[in-house]
Design a protein around this ligand. Sequence first.
Ligand SMILES: Nc1ncnc2c1ncn2[C@@H]1O[C@H](COP(=O)(O)OP(=O)(O)OP(=O)(O)O)[C@@H](O)[C@H]1O
Ligand SMILES: [Mg+2]
Length: 241
Amino acid sequence: MNIVRIKGVSKDYDSLRAVDNIDLEIKKGECFGFLGPNGAGKTTIMGIIYCFMPPTSGEVRVFDMNVMEKPSEVKARIGVVPQEENLDPDLSVLENLIVYARYFNIPKKESLARARELLKFIELESKADVNINALSGGMKHRLILARALINNPDLLILDEPTVGLDPYSRIYVWERLNYLKSKNTTLILTTHYMEEAVKLCDRVAIMDEGKIMDVASPSELMEKYGGSMEEIYLKLTGRKV
Ligand SMILES: Nc1ncnc2c1ncn2[C@@H]1O[C@H](COP(=O)(O)OP(=O)(O)OP(=O)(O)O)[C@@H](O)[C@H]1O
Ligand SMILES: [Mg+2]
């Protein structure tokens, strides 16, 4: 079953075509990665999938619903880890989760239990009552992951989920994502780390200038083009070192 169906989707910002006529299907339970240089259109296409902004043309269906027609229904079943950290600096760790739960109309008692469970999941129980500013960068990252899970999403969208993390924290996040995948959560992520793409993704799309240059599993790409993922990435995006 396809969780996401993208047909002929483009997105223009004035005269700039950020996403250029993309067709793509993402299956239930898979981990799908968007790879590509800065400005390739990765954040833009993900923003369209999670109903942050409409496409200029084309159709996107998520859970078999048109994102333009049923944005609330679609959003209710998606968790998002944005590229920029956007926790509420006036609130504690626990409060950040509880306030976020309100967007999904989760009753207070249930959200409190869920928030505590998620703090365990990311090993931050001891920080529940501290202010956000007292967290390290890596801890904030983990908290954003927990926040994205507050509504028990069927689809988790992660925009560069491990940027700036130390090796332990990165491996920790990978392990958490693999756990979610084993529970049949569909994952869509972007990353600039080829190792991460190979370790996590069942399939990747290599993007450049709003277009998908190729889409396949990392091993299929390596068989088709030869060389490492880095070399394939450079070849498909026309970069030479
Ligand atoms: N709100 C906006 N207004 C105008 N142009 C935008 C806006 N957001 C993105 N763009 C442009 O759209 C193109 C794609 O941007 P996008 O953020 O999707 O790239 P990306 O692949 O996520 O890059 P990165 O790896 O740097 O995160 C870029 O040329 C960018 O300058
Ligand atoms: Mg981006």
